[in-house]
Write a new protein. Structure first.
Length: 345
């Protein structure tokens, strides 16, 4: 086994742990603890190499700092990534060992569910540390609150861009209909929105369709064509980096508003959206509902209060949209300024 700490890599402190016996290779990035211990999910996916994993975890950790700051919760930003082994020798032991790694940081980092991990994994982590949220015993349902926040964000964006106070007939193209995307689709259907749905997994797509009241009314789009769909709102709800120079040439929407983290492949892509007249709901603002949930529920805060704080995401975005229009700046730049004013001043 090997532990290592690399200070101040891309504005983060990186902690690494590896053990060939269990197959665990973990990186924990802590960006800020100014507002409280760093809180951020544990992502376990295939990475081509350690450089890719490091780049992902540092971007995600910074985003969590900004997300927590604008969500108004008392946590800093952190994230962990596990380079998924080709085969788990013992998944329970694997995540228990990761829990020991989290415990070794003395509470400076709190982990939770993310892509590639689940509640059972969090339970295994909890055997070794108390610094974990999203277990089967704490009552968190982050995907529901993430979807709730995205819905409020879409409402705010539609109001700002299309001057509409309802979503009836608004066409939303959802890229990725996993837990969050599917919950969002259900809520949009209830409000009369027109849906176009896409997912790389047919099983996931069919699961989402089975939950809709009228699945036949949804347009099914192939993953490669989802960017080209003429729509009011393009809602990315999968992995990040999907707003890039290639996809920007294909987009035929008025608004980009979804739950995916790190949607902009590069900061310049946010400026390109602005210059194209596409209103962008900054990802770490609109998708903060899950963070609010895992932050507050374990503290004994009621679900009603969590829902109220999550719905305030729409109000925060309205402020960002107004400032962006008044100052003629890209929305992500305005959001960054607001978060940095909290974190660094």
């Amino acid at each position: 086994m090997m532990n290592n700490t690399i200070a101040h890599a891309n504005s983060c402190t990186l902690h690494t742990h590896s053990n060939p016996k269990t197959g665990l290779f973990a990186i924990i990035a802590i960006h800020s603890t100014k507002l409280g211990p760093a809180l951020g999910g544990c992502r376990c996916i295939d990475y081509p190499d350690t450089d890719s994993a490091t780049e992902d975890v540092t971007r995600l950790a910074k985003g969590m700092s900004y997300k927590a700051a604008l969500a108004g919760i008392h946590h800093g930003g952190g994230k962990s990534v596990l380079i998924r082994p080709k085969e788990f020798k013992d998944r329970h032991a694997y995540f228990e060992e990761f829990g020991e790694f989290v415990e070794s940081l003395d509470g400076s980092y709190i982990t939770s569910v993310d892509s590639g991990t689940n509640i059972e994994d969090m339970d295994d982590i909890s055997h070794a540390t108390s610094h974990v949220c999203g277990t089967s015993s704490d009552g968190c349902t982050p995907s529901i609150y993430t979807a709730m926040g995205v819905l409020e964000g879409i409402k705010a964006a539609v109001k700002a861009k299309l001057h509409r106070h309802d979503l009836d007939g608004i066409h939303v193209a959802i890229q990725g209909v996993g837990n969050v995307g599917a919950a969002l689709a259900l809520s949009l259907e209830e409000l009369g929105a027109k849906l176009s749905l896409s997912d790389v997994s047919d099983t996931t797509l069919n699961n989402c369709l089975s939950k809709l009241k009228n699945p036949g009314s949804a347009n099914i789009i192939s993953p490669k064509d989802i960017y080209k769909v003429p729509c009011d709102v393009f809602s990315p709800c999968g992995l990040g980096g999907i707003i890039n120079q290639d996809s920007l040439q294909q987009l035929d929407c008025k608004i980009v508003a979804g739950s995916a983290n790190n949607q902009l492949a590069d900061e310049a892509d946010g400026m390109s959206l602005h210059e194209s007249g596409i209103l962008y709901a900054p990802d770490y603002v609109i998708n903060a509902g899950g963070l609010i949930d895992v932050s507050l529920i374990p503290q004994g805060i009621s679900e009603q209060e969590v829902a109220s704080k999550t719905k305030h995401i729409g109000t925060t975005l309205e402020e960002i949209f107004k400032r962006a229009e008044k100052e003629n700046k890209a929305c992500h730049a305005i959001a960054n300024e607001m978060a940095e004013n909290i974190l660094y001043h």
